[in-house]
Design a protein around this ligand. Structure first.
Ligand SMILES: *Cc1c(COP(=O)(O)O)cnc(C)c1O
Length: 866
């Protein structure tokens, strides 16, 4: 399909022509850029619109057409069709326009594109999706890892599903860094300068046709923000930039780099994302019903939306409830460094003015995000996001549970299971990561609706995939990976000035027929990239055993993550030490393009995070989709995806006394499974030379993971579980002159005023034996000034440290000023239980519990004697 790959004539890391990049012939103070697209010959003029819609990034036939325009430019600019159109020779366009077969291809692509756009159903409520990073394609370097790729996949699937979504993010004109590795594995960071005009982005204009500008208040100045639109199928994504002439040189750099180290740079970017993002939407006349914060970076958006309401005359309480009722927060990591916190001094400096804009006090404002650390109070973006949203979730089942524990402090009165954070397990965009040749094979075997509804497990008839055909493609993809690895390695070695013999040696690394294991992801320490080397002797024994085995590694460490960088060096040193340089290859500058080649070409995808730090992980889903088998710690998605027949688990799901003990046990398990299960199974060949047992697992893996871990399933779930209910709730609150909202706000103010005086006590508290019969409970609730129908009294029982039961007690009228509640409880099975009784206040217009009072918490003088 693609022309035979050759060693490139240019240095093409990330598609930038680095050898010419620094030549800047102009001294002018650049005010803007002009994009002069060629006038495309009539028969192929439809390509222009296709180039400006990231739809091409998941449609191989569209990419093929652009590649045919000029294969060298295509390669040099990393598959960026806009750049190809800008650079291609006009004569070449003319001659291709005369070529009937090319015209046919273009026609097919353009009509598929138009069909795609016109066939999306319209959804009633609009969702605004805010994310600090997006991974749409390797040619747009505004992502660092899983979070960004997930955001890109979310947008693409929302388009596929016809959801009305609008994305908000930042265009970083220097992107995320390009990783440069020395021969010793020392990482240095290089930054390229990207021009929006050479990418599939278009500058956004306001209603009067002027370049869009919105202002965001910064200390002593207003920073101007503009935006570019990335069209992704039917979903527009507005990417903001401060790199415009009205801003000072320092302010122009605010949006230069993704995850610029330093807290001040971070708060500046987050102000642009949250406050600027809402203002950009408004400037475009958009009024989404639901706002989704993909990670806490975007939490300032809630402040701006509250401010808007207040400016329109709404009291704070109502504005706050309305904004929270229509907001959703997805948290993405249990790693503390993944949750932004700011010193209060920085908040005072950058958000001074916001408390008066919101008509609250500084203390009330700070309380929205306050988190107590050992070293004192900080302002946490995750806390702010939780405070200002009525729906929140983690990204896998296990991560949901870990997040409930992590944020338990915020809901002090609730048991940990009741913390209102649920989860939707991540998924990947099938069409972005599935190799086209496999997609065609699936087309031939699965019912054809699988393309329309890729989340439906019953359509994935993977058991019917022919063994020979599947194996042929697997071999082909592995061989393609091996050739890609050789070429990339050659480039790196050449750049590092290695001797000719070492350059020639790259042609011999890896074996296209050997079992190939991939490990690629950010080099964050919790991902334990070097776990494989825990017992070097054992590893060497396996590597030098009867079965050929090889590894490909890749990943970036965050520029400030010195331990992560040390892991890269350690990896390189270990490989050298063991003399495995031809069979263990570390690739430089992991990106989406490399990720696709890897997940499509490897046989086994390895993941060794320290449980439970991997919130979900998605690269393993991409691998499974392509017929690679997962070999992973039971963490994140794999803890729920593993079914014993679709891959392997490393270690077990228990906790260890120390990290070291866990590392040793996990490494042991890794070696055993690799040596005694994985290798023999891969090399057990049937009569046709195909590994029958292996392919049975491959088919099971495709079937069990492909549909379930698709972003289509994920976005569908977001719609059902969050978007639609939030939209309905927000609409109900606002209907009839916001009557329900006013009721809710008034009730909440009242509860807040009197809740401190609420008293709850029970008859005969203490230990008791339940000998066959139930235990009776009678509770007294003194809750003056609160409507009875918003109060509940509950018996809460927990068996050991395990299951929780909540038994509502029945109201039995009054005794003097106290409301009486009673009920009985019979343990369902023997064991030791603890119990408590609590009163909660919940308004019918809300679903979550904010007010809790446990019996005995505050002794009541009058009832204490009972
Ligand atoms: C999918 C992907 C990731 C996420 O990998 P995990 O193993 O899930 O952390 C990171 N980077 C790139 C380029 C990816 O394509």
């Amino acid at each position: 399909m693609r022309p035979q790959q050759q060693y490139p004539r240019f240095s093409t890391f990330n598609g930038i022509d680095h050898e010419r990049r620094w030549y800047n012939p102009t001294v002018m103070n650049v005010l803007g850029r002009i994009t002069a697209m060629p006038t495309l010959p009539e028969p192929i003029k439809g390509l222009r619109e296709v180039a400006y819609n990231f739809w091409w990034s998941w449609n191989p036939s569209a990419q093929q057409v652009f590649e045919r325009l000029d294969p060298l430019l295509w390669k040099r600019f990393r598959g960026n069709p806009v750049k190809v159109l800008l650079e291609v020779q006009p004569e070449r366009l003319e001659s291709l326009a005369q070529d009937a077969s090319f015209r046919g291809e273009v026609e097919a692509v353009v009509s598929a594109f138009q069909k795609y756009l016109s066939s999306r159903p319209e959804n009633q409520h609009q969702v605004a999706y805010f994310s600090m990073e997006y991974g749409f394609h390797e040619s747009l370097s505004i992502y660092s890892g899983g979070l960004g790729i997930l955001a890109g996949d979310h947008i693409k699937s929302a388009s596929d599903l016809g959801l009305s979504l609008v994305g908000v993010g930042i265009f970083y004109h220097q992107g995320y860094f390009r990783q440069v590795l020395t021969a010793e594995g020392q990482q240095t960071e290089a930054y390229d300068e990207y021009s929006a005009t050479e990418l599939p982005l278009v500058p956004v204009h306001d209603g009067e046709g002027r370049p869009l500008r919105v202002g965001v208040e910064f200390p002593g100045r207003t920073v101007q923000v503009t935006a570019y639109k990335a069209q992704v199928g039917t979903v527009p994504v507005y990417l903001m930039s401060t790199n415009i002439p009205e801003n000072s040189p320092e302010d122009r750099r605010i949006t230069a780099r993704l995850y610029d180290p330093g807290q001040e740079a971070r708060i500046q970017q987050e102000l642009i994302l949250g406050i600027g993002g809402v203002r950009v939407l408004r400037a475009l006349g958009l009024a989404p019903t639901v706002f989704h914060m993909n990670e806490g970076h975007a939490a300032f958006q809630g402040l701006e939306r509250i401010r808007e309401r207040i400016a329109a005359g709404m009291p704070f309480r109502e504005a706050f409830e309305l904004v929270a009722a229509s907001s959703l927060f997805t948290t993405h990591t249990p790693v503390p460094a993944g949750h932004d916190t700011f010193p209060l001094e920085l908040i005072d400096r950058y958000l001074d003015g916001w408390w008066s804009r919101l008509s609250i006090s500084r203390e009330q404002f700070l309380a929205l995000g306050l988190e107590q650390k050992e070293y004192g109070p900080v302002f946490s973006m995750s806390h702010l996001a939780l405070a200002t949203s009525r729906a929140a979730g983690g990204v896998s089942k296990l991560h949901g549970a870990v997040s409930r524990e992590m944020f338990h402090d915020i809901w002090k009165g609730l048991e940990v299971e009741e913390v209102p954070i649920s989860h939707i397990t991540n998924g990947v965009h099938t069409w972005t990561f599935l190799h086209p040749e496999l997609a065609e094979l699936y087309d031939r075997v699965f019912p054809k609706e699988w393309r329309e509804r890729p989340w439906e497990a019953s359509l994935w008839k993977a058991e019917l995939l022919g063994e020979a055909e599947l194996w042929r493609i697997r071999n082909k993809l592995r061989a393609r990976l091996v050739s890609d690895v050789r070429q990339r390695l050659y480039e790196t070695r050449r750049r590092n000035g290695e001797i000719p013999a070492r350059l020639r040696a790259t042609e011999k690394v890896l074996d296209p027929n050997a079992l190939t294991i991939g490990f690629a992801r950010r080099f964050a320490t919790y991902k334990r990239a070097v776990l494989l080397f825990k017992d070097p002797e054992r590893l060497l024994k396996i590597m030098n055993g009867p079965y050929p085995l090889q590894f490909v590694f890749a990943g970036k460490a965050h520029p400030k993550d010195d331990p992560g960088k040390a892991f890269i060096k350690e990896l390189v040193a270990k490989i050298k030490e063991l003399g495995l340089e031809d069979r263990m290859i570390l690739l430089e500058n992991y990106d989406m393009g490399m990720a696709r080649t890897l997940v499509q070409g490897v046989d086994v995808w390895l993941n060794t995070p320290r449980r439970p730090m991997e919130a979900s992980g998605t690269s393993g889903m991409k691998a499974a989709l392509n017929g690679a088998l997962n070999f992973s710690i039971l963490d994140g998605w794999w803890a729920e995806g593993f079914n014993t027949r679709n891959g392997w688990a490393i270690g077990d799901d228990r906790a260890y006394a120390s990290d070291e003990a866990q590392d040793i046990a996990d490494a042991q398990s890794l070696y055993d499974t690799l040596e005694f299960e994985i290798l023999p199974l891969f090399y057990a060949r049937g009569a046709e030379g195909t590994p029958t047992g292996w392919l049975t697992m491959v088919r099971e893996s495709i079937k069990s993971c492909g549909p379930t871990y698709s972003a289509a399933r994920m976005v569908h779930e977001y719609d059902l579980k969050f978007y639609t209910p939030l939209a309905e709730r927000a609409r109900a609150l606002e209907a009839n002159g916001a009557q329900k909202l006013k009721e809710l706000a008034a009730w909440k103010s009242q509860v807040e005023r009197v809740w401190g005086n609420v008293r709850l006590w029970v008859d005969n508290p203490g230990d008791t034996m339940a000998n066959g019969e139930g235990m009776s409970i009678k509770a007294y609730l003194a809750a003056e000034g609160l409507p009875e129908d918003t109060l509940r009294v509950e018996l809460v029982v927990r068996r050991g440290t395990g299951e929780l039961e909540v038994v509502p007690l029945r109201p039995q009228g009054r005794e003097r000023e106290a409301l009486i509640y009673s009920g009985t409880y019979s343990p369902t099975r023997p064991g030791s239980y603890v119990y408590g009784v609590r009163a909660v206040a919940v308004h019918p217009n809300q679903s979550e519990i904010e007010f809790v009072r446990w019996a005995g918490e505050v002794p009541h003088p009058e009832y204490a004697h009972r």
